[in-house]
Write a protein that binds this ligand. Structure first.
Ligand SMILES: [Zn+2]
Length: 272
């Protein structure tokens, strides 16, 4: 009993000490982080709203009536002023997630980076995850930007050769999965006597293997992809069972976006 109480007390006292030593964030720092997270969330929402449609930093429009939003309407209105369509649930999920992640980054810095140096990474990867989940799409423009951004992070983490070998490793592994997916699709198509155009792994995932390889370096990228694909597999299985139970299963058209899981795998590797 005493031993048990002793452990509990020690744990309670140790946690605040540990957190204080991470970056010594006071209550004001937490409030500022929440505020910054909110701004980051707006930015991610904006990029995910305009980039898939126009591929540039354009004026956001209502997805329902296509009327443009003014800056004031876009920032403060919960409904479209023209057709009164409500904002999608994604806008709120992104805002809340960004605020939580922003606070977490204060306590658990990413690979020894300070908070500000992590922000471009958070905004970029957040945008990629949202666009891929919503549109099953990795844009060429965001991929090119990601390549440059991750090259900078990669060189500072692992040196030029380290980053490059990570990129090459990420590309080769994802290319294997891509080819495997195409062959698998062809075999299933033959068995069902119809052509299947959708593949479980898209070419965007190969491009992201390169981008994440730059960030993680070799051999971490191999482990990151493995972790990402394992989580993806587990998630897809649960999701498929759900679809079969609710009788909404429609073969490959129900395939999930892989890139968010590759990103998750890479982030997990950085914290292990
Ligand atoms: Zn509208």
């Amino acid at each position: 009993m005493n031993l048990c109480l002793g452990i509990t007390a020690a744990t309670i006292f140790r946690i605040p000490n540990y957190l204080e030593s991470a970056d010594n964030p006071g209550i004001l720092t937490v409030v500022i982080s929440i505020f910054l997270g909110f701004i980051i969330g707006i930015l991610i929402n904006y990029l995910a709203d305009v980039l898939p449609a126009t591929r540039r930093f354009s004026q956001p429009v209502c997805p329902e009536c296509k009327q443009p939003y003014s800056i004031k309407e876009y920032l403060f209105s919960l409904r479209c002023p023209h057709c009164h369509q409500r904002r999608t649930i994604r806008h709120f999920v992104v805002l809340i997630s960004s605020m939580i992640l922003s606070v977490l980054l204060r306590f658990f810095p990413f690979h020894g980076l300070n908070f500000w140096a992590t922000l471009p990474l958070l905004i970029y990867l957040g945008m990629i995850v949202v666009i891929d989940l919503e549109h099953r799409l990795v844009l060429i423009e965001t991929s090119l930007f990601g390549f440059i951004l991750m090259l900078i992070y990669g060189i500072s983490f692992h040196g030029f050769l380290g980053a490059l070998s990570g990129a090459l490793g990420g590309m080769v592994i994802m290319l294997w999965f891509y080819i495997l997916g195409v062959v698998f699709g062809k075999v299933v198509g033959k068995l069902r006597h119809k052509t299947i155009n959708e593949v479980p792994f898209g070419f965007g995932d190969v491009v992201f293997g390169i981008i994440l390889g730059l960030l993680a370096g070799w051999s971490a990228i191999a482990a990151a992809i493995l972790v990402g694909i394992l989580i993806f597999g587990a998630y897809s299985l649960v999701w498929l069972i759900g679809l079969i139970i609710t009788k909404r299963y429609q073969s490959f058209s129900n395939a999930q976006a892989l890139t968010p899981f590759l990103i998750l795998g890479t982030i997990i590797l950085f914290y292990l």
